[in-house]
Ligand binder design. Structure first.
Ligand code: ZN
Length: 51
C-alpha cells in the first residue's frame, strides 16, 4: 500500500512550481517571491551593475 501523503504536492500559486513538502513551498515563496510586504519597492538596477 502506498501512503496518500506521498502524492501530496504543494503548488506555488505564483509560478506553478510544486514541492513535496509544505515547508519547501513556504521557503520558496519567501525566498523567490518574497510574499511579504517589505519588498514592495522594486529596484530596476539592483542586479550587479557597479561600473
Ligand atoms: Zn513560486
Amino acid at each position: 500500500m502506498k501512503s496518500a501523503h506521498l502524492n501530496v504536492r504543494f503548488i506555488c500559486d505564483l509560478c506553478g512550481k510544486w514541492f513535496t513538502y509544505s515547508d519547501n513551498l513556504k521557503r520558496h515563496q519567501r525566498t523567490v517571491h518574497a510574499t511579504t510586504n517589505m519588498d514592495t519597492t522594486i529596484r530596476p538596477s539592483d542586479s550587479g551593475n557597479g561600473s
